[in-house]
Every structure is written in C-alpha cells, then in structure tokens.
Design a protein around this ligand. Structure first.
Ligand SMILES: Cc1cc2nc3c(=O)[nH]c(=O)nc-3n(C[C@H](O)[C@H](O)[C@H](O)COP(=O)(O)OP(=O)(O)OC[C@H]3O[C@@H](n4cnc5c(N)ncnc54)[C@H](O)[C@@H]3O)c2cc1C
Length: 425
C-alpha cells in the first residue's frame, strides 16, 4: 500500500515482486471443498474471501487519506467488537480488559484493581518490566504475560516496550469498569473495510501507477546505483523510495552497520472457512493468553461482514470464516509438515471451543517480517535509515521504517514521500 501510494503521487515507476498489487493487504478467494486460490470472486460468488495477512481493517487515518480511500474503494464503517478469551474458563472479557475487571471473579478483580491503582511511576527497560509495573503481577500473570510470550514469540522479556497506546491505563475507567460498563477506547474503536474487498483499494491505487509486476529485487548496488531483479534485468536510479523491510534492504545493499540489528517476528496466518460452531462468539477478533496450538489471536472475517462468506451462506450465517495468527521468531518458517500439523491442531482446538464444525477451506499464509521490535536503547534503526539516506534511498512505510503502522498511515506516508518526489516537480 505504501509503495502504491508513493507511485500514485509521484508518477515514478513501481517495481513489485508479485503479479498483483497489495502485498499482505490483499484478498483472495477459495471455493468450499477446494484449495485453489482465486484472485477474484467467482461469478456465482460461492467462495470464502480471505486475506494474505489475515483480517486487515482500516483504522485511524488522516481525514484526507480516508476520503481518498473511500473514493478509490467505497467502504463501510464498523464498530469494533473485540475481547480477550480465556479458554480454560470459557470467559470473554471485552478489550481492553483493564477497563472491564468486573468480568473476573471477586478475588482477581480486587487484587488487580489495587495493583493498578497503587502502582508506582514505572521505571522500565523491557516490555515485560513495563507490563508488570503498569498492570501489576495479577493481570500480568493472568493475561499480559502469557499473551505477550505468544505474540512476541518469547521476545517480550528482552525487547523495549512498544506502542503503549494499545494498552492504555486510565484510572477512572479502570475503577468504573470494576463494577460497570465502560465506553470503547483505543486506536481502532471504529474501522473501514471496502465493500468490494481489500483488493479494490490496492487495485484502485495501482490503476494510477506505472507499475511493473514480477520484478523481485535481489540486489541494490549503491555505488553503481543499480537495482537488480531476479529475472536478470536491472535499472539505474538517481534516488530510490523503498518500502521493503529495513533489515532486508541492508542485506540487499550490503551496507554494514556497527549496531546489532533489531529483532522481528514472523506470523503464520491460517485462514479457515467452514460450518459455524454453536459457541462461535460475535466478536471481530479475540486475544488469548493460551492455546494448545500456540496461536495468540483469532479473528472472524464473517463477523465483520457476511460478504466474506460464500453467497448462499450470507443470509443464514451458518458458515464462518476465520483467521488465526501465530508468531514465530523472525524468519523461522516451519517445514510444510510442521505447518500441516499446526493447521490440524488449530482446527481441532477451534472445534473443541465450539467456534467451528466441519472445515470447507483451509489455507496458511506466511508473513516473513510481520512485527518489528527494538532492543532497549537500540540505535540500529536510526543508523540504518541514515546509511540508506546517504545513498539516496528513502525508506517509507511500516516495515521500511521499522515502526507500528496501519494501512491508512502507510498510504499517508506513501503519498507524502511520493508528492515530494513527483517526476514533474
Ligand atoms: C498480522 C498482521 C495484521 C495486520 N492487521 C492490520 C489491520 O487490521 N489494519 C491495518 O491497517 N494494518 C494492519 N497490519 C499492518 C499492515 O499490514 C501494514 O501497515 C501494511 O502492510 C504496510 O504496507 P507496506 O506497503 O508498507 O508493506 P507491505 O504490505 O509489506 O508491502 C511491501 C510490498 O513489497 C513487495 N516486495 C517484497 N519483497 C520484494 C522484493 N524483493 N522486490 C520487489 N517487491 C517486493 C511485496 O510483494 C509487497 O507488495 C497488519 C499487519 C500484520 C503483520
């Protein structure tokens, strides 16, 4: 999305490795009982719609960017329904759980409340220290600890805290939520999704771009200023805008830094379509502190919109389409057999929980650089960006700048850098 926005605003050529636009923000379709991925919905619309990177909901965003998104791909607005799920107790606590302590038993509720409200001003280096000091040992033990162990693939005890706004603490709301309901808060209380699927947005942007598909970059020579592609061709550049992950750009340019690289995690997204289980919740997504198979988030595409289901199931809603996310240490992709075992275990668990009955479509996708982290006090990111800028390479987007960012902000940054680089400027 970032590269498309930059290409759209600048008129510069865009080189994309795949044969379609959108990166991990793109939809595809699978017919029940089949395994072939279709790039568009079949004529009879009897197919599940999935996404490469799991459910991608457009939250936040500058009003001007949201207007552009709606113009390119008319979208509907949704109000977030999200919870933390404790499978052992079959307990659902609305997100963010610190504002809904009334859902816990009296003992846990009182302990957690006292710990949060009497917490001294936190002094921390790592994510684990920040969580323990902010939420106290009781809630950290019940949820924040085991969830972050899964979500960061074990890194949470050594990496710096990240994005505290995702786990906000407002003493007033914590107290109120111990006995009463509280309003939805956070960065994604409402979100947009294109009526015709996420592809419509990527295609809308790509339409205004000079885009070259099937152009996988393998090497960038910063002395000769050339970009080499896997197909043996190359181009010369004066300056380059790159949306590739920062670590991969350093590998491709072979620029050496003194700083040790910051870590990242990969994510396996398992897309599942099938008969809806009787205990399938109405949430859009759930965070879980534990699962036998090792996943940490389960999302329900079809709870957001019935258009994710095959046409014949949309009114009765007797089917469900689900995405399940599991994190791995950066780049440690399991073998095909490992993925098969994990998929089987996940389906079994979703069936045990009553979310799903018979499976009609099952498809794993791999996101190599999915979440980017930093070591406490790390200077690697700043040094890497500077080294690339020195060679006229401007990094833009979530992975390129090693930051947390959604689609809307990625598009904003692409438009901004693209406008400043317009070919006729
Ligand atoms: C699990 C997960 C869930 C998410 N959920 C949401 C959400 O609900 N809402 C939201 O707003 N955001 C979400 N995001 C974030 C969102 O995915 C990013 O903000 C967005 O993908 C950033 O877009 P990008 O264009 O910068 O990067 P990418 O989407 O990674 O695009 C990079 C592009 O470069 C191409 N490419 C890669 N290597 C090469 C190469 N060697 N040569 C040429 N081309 C190459 C890729 O094919 C791709 O098209 C989520 C991210 C993850 C990991």
């Amino acid at each position: 999305m970032t590269g498309l926005a930059a290409g759209w605003a600048s008129g510069l050529p865009v080189f994309e490795a795949e044969s379609a636009p959108g990166g991990i923000c793109s939809s595809y379709y699978i017919r029940p009982g089949d395994s072939a991925r279709l790039s568009r919905t079949p004529r009879d619309e009897e197919a599940y719609r999935f996404e490469i990177g799991g459910g991608h909901w457009i939250f936040g965003g500058d009003p001007a960017v949201l207007r552009l998104i709606r113009r390119l791909a008319p979208a509907k607005e949704y109000e977030r329904r999200s919870s933390v799920y404790f499978p052992g107790q079959n307990l659902y606590v609305p997100y963010p759980l610190q504002n809904h302590l009334r859902c816990f038993d009296r003992e846990l509720r009182s302990k957690a409340l006292v710990e949060i409200l009497t917490a001294p001003k936190p002094r921390f280096k790592t994510m684990a220290e920040w969580l323990k000091q902010s939420f106290g040992p009781t809630l950290t033990g019940a949820f924040f600890g085991p969830f972050h162990e899964l979500y960061t693939a074990g890194l949470w005890k050594t990496i710096a805290p990240q994005d505290p706004y995702k786990s906000p603490i407002d003493a007033g709301l914590v107290i109120r939520g111990a006995s009463d309901s509280t309003p939805a808060i956070g960065y994604n209380t409402t979100f947009l999704y294109p009526r015709a699927g996420l592809n419509a947005l990527a295609q809308g942007l790509a339409h205004g771009c000079d885009i070259h598909y099937g152009k996988r970059v393998t090497r960038i020579n910063t002395t000769k200023k050339t970009v080499q592609f896997e197909d043996g061709t190359s181009v010369i550049y004066q300056s380059l805008i790159s949306t590739l992950p920062l670590n991969r750009m350093l590998e491709m340019t072979r620029l050496q830094l003194d700083e040790p690289p910051d870590p990242f995690t990969s994510v396996l997204v398992l897309n599942v379509g099938g008969v809806r289980g009787e205990r399938c919740p109405p949430d859009h997504w759930l965070y879980m502190p534990a699962s036998r198979a090792g996943f940490h988030r389960v999302g329900f595409y079809s709870n957001v919109d019935a258009s994710f289901l095959p046409r014949s199931a949309r009114t009765r809603r007797n089917r469900v389409s689900i995405y399940v996310e599991r994190a791995y240490p950066g780049g440690q992709r399991p073998s095909p057999e490992g993925i098969q075992d994990y998929s089987d275990a996940t389906v079994c668990e979703l069936q045990d929980w009553g979310f799903l009955k018979d499976v009609e479509a099952l498809d794993p996708t791999w996101i190599d650089v999915a979440y980017t982290w930093s070591w406490p006090g790390s200077k690697w990111r700043a040094a890497a960006l500077k080294a690339l800028e020195k060679h006229d390479i401007q990094m833009v987007g979530r992975y390129a700048r090693w930051t947390f960012q959604g689609i809307a902000d990625s598009i904003r940054d692409g438009l901004y850098v693209g406008s400043a680089s317009r070919v006729n400027a």
